[in-house]
Design a protein around this ligand. Structure first.
Ligand code: NAG
Ligand code: NAG
Ligand code: NAG
Length: 815
């Protein structure tokens, strides 16, 4: 959903608010923030000077803004917009409300009753009917008492304890100090958006509705900055859903008193826990406390927006559909960083170094980063909307009559559909308000150039070009008070630092090159979603362009293009969110766009249907720079899928063993990584970034959906997920030598991916490569089979008792 022109223009002309320390600074339109960036200068920026400029450009909200700029009231955080929080006895009140809830009480008696049944059939309750009745009454209250104790412990570990105002005031002070020391240029919000948010909050408070913040998630800083903004604006701090793996000593309790609610990462088979979470969320929404949960579940390690997770959304939707909660206000939030604190640890995690357990020491050592200059944080709030209205629309679409106060029951597939629509709507709202940070722009440019390095002037030109492309695609670029692009680029280079971008001096002009391409790709991955359809079309055209020859030889028929584009979009279904109009509509729109930009030439038949597609003359003359840009964006993804597919070839059972061995999925992915590293260093893989755990995991997931591999999951948590090649996909071996043969379904599939791969400088896709690569993957695979054989002897795996998981067609998102 692209924002309208108005929204775009508003985004560019409305002033920014900058929060650094206790200062809120207004930057009106036209202010160039570049020249006085001395560190302390920022906090001390003369407000009056800005006010003077401000008067030339008066906004009606000036009065309101001045209220919190002048300061006295907000520091106390006592007259907030929202339901009262941070007072003694807050948690006890919440616990009381949870315990009173009918659904929890019913669950407790239901569980007690089930237990009594068991005890009765086991004959534990006595022999005569009277004795049984008597024992039952006694046992019932005993069991229910026990269960209530269990609930009490669960609540104590889970609920957020907003009990002390003094605490939150000092926490605010502490966090602001730490955060704005790391992000020395402060937290930026659009004043227009936060004022809208305040008025929405006022409205919601009157109706006792909650605001549900649904941010994207890249860093732990996400929730800290949102809390700081809410505090500073005087809005009720949200209760934040957090996985209890972060609940380490001291810090865990600190967070729990500042807004975190802890939930288990996996609920397993615990109906009571499930009910307690549902009840707590009911209570939060009934009482109109603000709420926050990360729509992607965990933090995105790759920089790309992940697909939505539905766990918590499901609870929220249940609260409304059941009629227990009247309404809630949804507010999608986008948080963007110049530089994400965690990128370095993400990289080592993605490269397969073991992940250190979260603990206090790690937390503190990562805060040694706090002396770094990481630039700024930009937080954007989408226009909030009513969840009830959304649900009513969806129910009408499903042919159900919506009603606000009675229970609505939906079957699994209808509910799933509503949740998916909700999740993807939030993601698209987040994308619509996201701003591209200069670091993302510079990173993208550096990784989409053919040359070894790039001169300053060219870099600036390309960044300007990219800004234009981003805007044309309905994206927003962080605005820097109209500073010239050269200055913005300098700032970005400074924030990225010499570990990511190197500079060669002593040349005709300063020349920059990517030092750490892997880490830099994090920033590139933040822009790819805007260009995904163009990138797929370009990758499909590349299958011909790569063959060289004259322009006539490089054109592709529409049918061939369509076939490859649909193959690739199927392959990346789990990686990207495609526009919802459907494949051919998207393709036609994309072709028209590229044609309009004069990148391609489309030949049409008399009826107007495209028949052939080729690069335009203009594009050839400028050295294919647009086409290359799109290809460079998608190539690492293609490379990663190719690596995944090649690693599957190695899972062909060797002759000298049983043919139905199930391989530990995680070990298979680790081996694929090892294979990738080997191929990279031997020159058969062009992108080191492709050796990425997360991407390989996605690829395997997709292979399972395609039915290429069979996956067996076990209900027991300790048993690992295992996999094997589906029989119809298993490659053949040469009967005499036992070598893998380069033919068959899986081979063709791999080749189809390879068609869009980048032709390497020192690699030609030919027979030697394929035999070398096949030998390598076979060697890696053998090791897996050897290990599997060893461990299955030990554990005596009973494969047939495992449940095979097949994702049904219905649950696939058609997006
Ligand atoms: C960005 O995405 C590409 C493609 O999936 C991947 O290979 C790369 O490793 C990602 N970068 C990071 C830092 O995760
Ligand atoms: C779910 O209910 C809808 C009607 O509300 C119906 O059309 C659909 O077939 C049902 N699906 C299943 C799996 O029962
Ligand atoms: C494996 O488990 C299934 C079902 O639990 C059982 O019927 C079968 O006999 C078991 N096979 C072996 C070899 O233990």
């Amino acid at each position: 959903m692209a924002p309208g022109k108005d929204a775009l223009e508003a985004g560019q002309t409305a002033p920014d608010l900058e929060i650094v320390g206790n200062q809120v600074t207004i930057h009106p339109t036209g202010f160039t923030g570049g020249s006085d960036t001395q560190d302390d200068g920022i906090t001390e920026r003369n407000l009056v000077r800005h006010m003077a400029r401000f008067r030339e450009n008066p906004f009606e909200f000036l009065r309101e803004v001045s209220l919190f700029v002048s300061g006295t009231g907000w520091r106390a955080y006592d007259q907030i917009i929202g339901q009262p929080i941070f007072y003694p006895g807050f948690s006890d009140r919440i616990k009381g409300l949870i315990l009173e809830s009918p659904i929890l009480r019913n669950k407790i008696s239901e569980l007690a009753e089930a237990r009594l049944k068991v005890e009765e059939t086991e004959g534990l309750l006595g022999a005569t009917p009277e004795a049984i009745e008597k024992a039952k009454t006694r046992r019932r209250s005993e069991i229910e008492g026990n269960l209530r104790e269990v609930v009490d412990t669960m609540m104590d570990n889970m609920i957020c304890k907003m009990d002390s105002n003094t605490f939150i005031r000092s926490a605010y002070y502490l966090c602001t100090q730490l955060l704005t020391r790391a992000y020395h240029q402060g937290i930026h919000v659009s004043s227009e958006e936060v004022l809208r948010l305040r008025s929405v909050a006022e409205e919601a408070t009157k109706k006792k509705h909650s605001i549900v913040f649904l941010p994207c998630h890249k860093s732990h800083v996400d929730y800290v900055s949102l809390q700081i903004i809410c505090y500073r604006l005087g809005i009720g701090l949200p209760i934040v859903v957090a996985g209890d793996n972060l609940n380490f000593p001291l810090v865990g309790s600190f967070l729990q008193h500042a807004g975190a609610m802890w939930i288990r990462r996996s609920f397993g088979n615990d109906p009571l826990y499930h009910t307690v979470v549902q009840t707590y969320i009911d209570v939060i929404l009934q009482q109109g406390y603000n709420f926050e949960c990360f729509i992607e579940g965990g933090r995105s390690r790759t920089g790309k927006l992940l697909s939505p997770k539905f766990g918590i959304l499901n609870f929220i939707v249940d609260s409304l559909l059941s009629g227990r909660v009247e309404d809630a206000v949804i507010c999608p939030v986008s948080t963007q960083y110049d530089k994400v604190i965690e990128t370095e640890s993400y990289i080592s995690e993605l490269l397969g170094q073991p992940k250190p357990k979260e603990n206090l020491a790690n937390f503190l050592s990562s805060s040694s980063v706090l002396s770094l200059k990481l630039g700024r944080v930009d937080v954007r709030f989408h226009k909030p909307w009513s969840l009830r209205e959304f649900l009513n629309q969806q129910l009408t679409r499903l042919g159900q009559s919506p009603s606000s106060n009675s229970k609505i029951t939906l079957n699994q597939s209808d509910r799933g559909r509503i949740l998916r629509t909700l999740g993807y709507r939030v993601l698209s709202d987040i994308n619509a308000v996201s701003v591209m940070m200069p670091t993302a722009l510079v990173g993208t440019v550096l990784l989409t150039l053919r040359g070894r390095g790039v001169g300053k002037a060219e870099l600036v030109r390309r960044v300007e070009w990219l800004c234009e492309r981003v805007r044309a695609k309905g994206g927003r670029v962080a605005h820097f008070y109209r500073a010239p692009t050269a200055q913005v680029v300098d700032r970005a280079l400074e924030v990225l630092g010499p570990k990511l971008v190197g500079e060669v001096t002593g040349l005709v002009e300063p020349t920059y090159y990517a030092v750490d391409r892997f880490q830099l790709s994090f920033y590139r991955n933040m822009t790819i979603h805007l260009f995904i359809t163009e990138a797929l079309v370009s990758a499909a055209m590349y299958t011909r362009v790569k063959q060289g020859g004259g322009p006539a030889h490089q054109r592709i028929t529409y049918d061939a293009l369509l076939a490859q584009v649909s193959f690739l979009s199927q392959l990346f279904r789990g990686e990207f969110i495609f526009p919802p109009e459907g494949l051919t509509a998207n393709l036609d729109k994309t072709l028209r766009g590229l044609e309009k930009d004069n990148v391609i030439k489309v030949t049409r038949d008399p009826a107007g249907h495209p028949t052939h597609i080729e690069l335009s003359d203009a594009e050839r003359e400028c050295g294919r720079e647009n086409f290359d840009f799109y290809c460079f964006l998608i190539w690492p993804f293609i490379e990663a899928s190719w690596l995944g597919a090649v690693s599957l070839m190695g899972l062909t059972p060797p002759f000298d063993g049983p043919s139905d061995v199930w391989i530990d999925m995680k070990k298979a992915q680790d081996s694929a990584q090892l294979l990738g590293k080997t191929l990279y260093h031997q020159g058969d893989l062009s992108y080191f970034e492709a050796v990425n755990k997360e991407t390989l995991k996605n690829a395997y997931h997709q292979f399972a959906e395609e039915g290429i591999i069979l996956v067996a999951t076990s209900k027991e948590q300790r048993t690992p997920t295992t996999m094997r090649l589906a029989p119809e996909w298993t490659p053949e071996r040469d009967p005499t030598t036992g070598k893998l043969l380069n033919r068959g379904r899986l081979w063709d599939f791999t080749e189809r991916i390879a068609m869009s791969r980048r032709e390497g400088k020192n690699r030609r896709d030919g027979a030697t490569v394929s035999s070398r690569v096949l030998a390598m993957t076979d060697a890696v695979g053998r090791e897996l089979f050897r290990n599997a054989a060893a461990s299955s002897d030990a554990a005596d795996l009973n494969v047939s008792s495992r449940k095979q998981r097949r994702t049904s067609i219905e649950t696939r998102a058609n997006l």
